[in-house]
Design a binder for this molecule. Sequence first.
Ligand code: HEC
Ligand code: HEC
Ligand code: HEC
Ligand code: HEC
Ligand code: HEC
Ligand code: HEC
Length: 418
Amino acid sequence: MRTLKLSLVIVAAALITFGFYGTSQAFHSGGVAECGGCHSMHTPAPGGSFLLVGTDQSSTCLSCHEHAGDTGPSSYHISTAEADMPAGVAPLQRTPGGDFGWLKKTYSFTVRGTTTTEDGATHGHNIIAVDKGYAVDPVNATAPGGTFPSAQLACNSCHDPHGQYRRLSDGTISKSGAPIIGNGSYNTSATPAAGQAVGVYRLLAGAGYTKDGITFNGVPAAKTPSTYNRTEATTQTRTAYGVANTGGHETWGNWCSTCHPDMHSTGNYVHPVVEGLGSTIATLYGQYVKSGDMTGTLASSFSSLVPFATNSSDYTALAALAVNNDSQLGGPGSSDQVMCLSCHRAHASGWEYGLRWNMEGEFIVYNSLYPGTDTTPTVPQFARGRTSAETGAAYYDRPVAQFASYQRVLCNKCHAKD
Ligand code: HEC
Ligand code: HEC
Ligand code: HEC
Ligand code: HEC
Ligand code: HEC
Ligand code: HEC
């Protein structure tokens, strides 16, 4: 009895600690969550399906993952409610995947007499969530380079809502074989002992998960710090992406290519992915600080705006890199890889195509300022209708001084053409 009470106290203390840091009020715990969080047996949302509590799948997820009244990055929230991001104010979440709220940020601006509109829908994956005002992409009928229909794009196109994929004690991924004891995404997640499993990274879809004509071949490996939705004003949030060298895994490039097969490098005229950086590019990455400054050292060169896949799927090694206190800023080795997420965010970003930085123009910083409609001189072709604060928010609040006074696009982190 004494022992039981003691362990309850320890559990309670652990819960308080987690609650205090705002990281994990458990719900999914790496697997299938309480059914009633998403389904209602007798009072589901009218007009919906599968007895879901929201009108559609993504609305169900967003009933928790978006919360009206947020005032800053908030734990597991990945969308900002419209009322919390009026015109001129950026979405609030700063997760590695990005805030879907950017999809609602449409900007208009006039350059030399010609008005351009940048539709928010170009900022990433247009998940359909009727209850939260998210609609199908108006331009792409299918995933570019593939057949997946945009009209079906939902959270559960990419995430298994039941979180059945699990990482076993031998590092392989499967849908059964041992019970899931908790989530597996964090640097602090437990390492599964024999007879145990943890959830796969971010409950992502794995081998055999089929939706609307596509089937995934495995889950991608990664680890992220347990506090991951945070400003990068003082330190970076390093997600350690891995590769696919144990069973049930898939590289990030091939995982994305499940829906975008022709965006993959093999046989296509597109940027290489899933290949080693090689020593030349790895060296440039280490030296590159900002435009015109190649004095960096590899050991302190990592940028979460230009991440790479570490050539490993050893979760202990990845967990060691996944920190948010800048204690692990090591750059790549020549066998580490360029991947889709080197340039894109998985959900959405402040920029077109869900890119991590603005590719529409030569300067991302101008006259030592984040370009904005409110900066002097105003350069509308770089501000693109945003306030300076919105531009900074899209770089997760980094001080502008981390960049050159006239900073060019971050392709240069690997290619140093500036
Ligand atoms: C995080 C949200 C979530 C939780 C928790 C959840 N479900 Fe679901 N469930 C869904 C969604 C979304 C769908 C619709 C899947 C689709 O669109 O194909 C679904 C579909 C289903 C279906 C019908 C389709 C199928 O896959 O067989 C069953 C049965 C089901 N859920 C049972 C359960 C049970 C039992 C639990 C609790 C142990 C549970 N769900 C917990 C989100 C959830
Ligand atoms: C009832 C509230 C609720 C609903 C509904 C909900 N979530 Fe969550 N979700 C949470 C909470 C709380 C966390 C953080 C704690 C955890 O991971 O258990 C979380 C975490 C997550 C994570 C990170 C988990 C990890 O292990 O890294 C993903 C991915 C996620 N949710 C996806 C979804 C998807 C997809 C749906 C809809 C199918 C959904 N959630 C529905 C509350 C919810
Ligand atoms: C389940 C299918 C699916 C998966 C998996 C998927 N995508 Fe997509 N993607 C789509 C669809 C459908 C569209 C078109 C709708 C849209 O643009 O919102 C799209 C559009 C895009 C766009 C263009 C966005 C725009 O606004 O023009 C980019 C970039 C993209 N995906 C990158 C990725 C990356 C990177 C990954 C892997 C992290 C990925 N996709 C995984 C289905 C998918
Ligand atoms: C195109 C595929 C795709 C879609 C659609 C998608 N996700 Fe994700 N999600 C991912 C990937 C990949 C990650 C991991 C990103 C990373 O670590 O860089 C992720 C990460 C997350 C996280 C962890 C926080 C973060 O942003 O890094 C949560 C929570 C989450 N997703 C929930 C959702 C919910 C809820 C929806 C629907 C509203 C959704 N996702 C739609 C692919 C997707
Ligand atoms: C080196 C950076 C980089 C990498 C790596 C990269 N992309 Fe892109 N992607 C871009 C840029 C930049 C664009 C904008 C359009 C252009 O310049 O072609 C883009 C555009 C896209 C589009 C929109 C195409 C359209 O016609 O609307 C999709 C979809 C996409 N990328 C998916 C992917 C996927 C999937 C991967 C990995 C297999 C990937 N990208 C890897 C930089 C990259
Ligand atoms: C994470 C590092 C990384 C980033 C960021 C990156 N590249 Fe690359 N790029 C590579 C690698 C690796 C190769 C292949 C090796 C080589 O050609 O030297 C490559 C090759 C290329 C090539 C030559 C392709 C060929 O077929 O010869 C071009 C052009 C290119 N990149 C342009 C870009 C542009 C434009 C961007 C920004 C949108 C970009 N890269 C961002 C790593 C990167």
